[in-house]
Design a protein around this ligand. Sequence first.
Ligand code: ADP
Length: 326
Amino acid sequence: MHNIKSVGILTSGGDAPGMNAAIRAVTRAAIYSGLKVYGIYRGYRGLIYDEIEEFSTQNVSNIIQRGGTILKTARCKEFQSPEGRQCAYDVLRRRGIDSLAVIGGDGSLSGARIFGNEFQFPIVGLPGTIDNDLYGTDTTIGYDTALNTIMECVDKIRDTATSHERLFFIEVMGRDAGFLALNGAIASGAEAAIIPEISTQVDQLSELIKAGFRKSKNSSIVLVAESPITGGAMGLAQRVKEEYPGYDVRVTILGHLQRGGSPTANDRILASRMGAAAVDALMEDQRNVMVGIKNDEIVYVPFTKAIKNDKPIAQDLMSTLRRLSI
Ligand code: ADP
């Protein structure tokens, strides 16, 4: 017999397409196993301020195809203090909620780890972020949808870029991780990607110009991860204007449209599998783990590993992009 009788679900931090599919999966899998389910609104804020509703299977009907999160999301400073977390714990006790499924990124899972340890409270995390920057999982919920959105946008920009002979910097999300920029560049046939992982080692802009990347083409598209380490698209365009004034440079910042839209089949399936696996983990008395996927199999990654380690970019991606953009 497992010890868990109920589960609270929350989404926290940056939203990602597929979060709804994950909420649906946790809800349905938990009810299927006889657990009570509580939807917690606005992330950790809703925990502290008791914005909680008991969920039935109907609460999650007709949401698998919707972007965003029906539970809303928020950033909550109070949860970073012991007093705030104590309030959250008191609410859970009062409500009779004895486990949590937290869907979010690096920050949200850091909060989950601290809370789980502080109160010995059963928590399982689901990686919900378009950045794909959590260690121990091949991919995260929302990443595939964002990548497809980027690809569609770059396809459109290419039409106008080739009509004028221009250098386009297209800025994509990915605070500390270049997955969206690099794979977005490969998927859209862009000339290069400038990513934080490499920016610390070489000056990617001067390498790019030195390589004469525009010689055989009448336009060039470079995807840039938004990180301060890369300088972002605006910073790079400014540098080009100053250091290489011969180039006609333009900037597009894709911004929040990367977070929106109906999730792809891959994201819906991933979120559904992870949601069901999160309930399994709680019922098996696993603690402080993030559900991940490795080689198409569900894995459980300790929070400390998922959060603390930098996820490496596969070595072949950079060289593939370089070789295919000649
Ligand atoms: P994401 O989950 O997308 O990375 P954030 O980094 O903004 O988003 O984190 C979301 C929320 O998680 C924060 O607003 C805060 O409530 C909680 N959180 C983040 N880091 C911590 C921490 N070290 N301790 C407690 N709570 C945290």
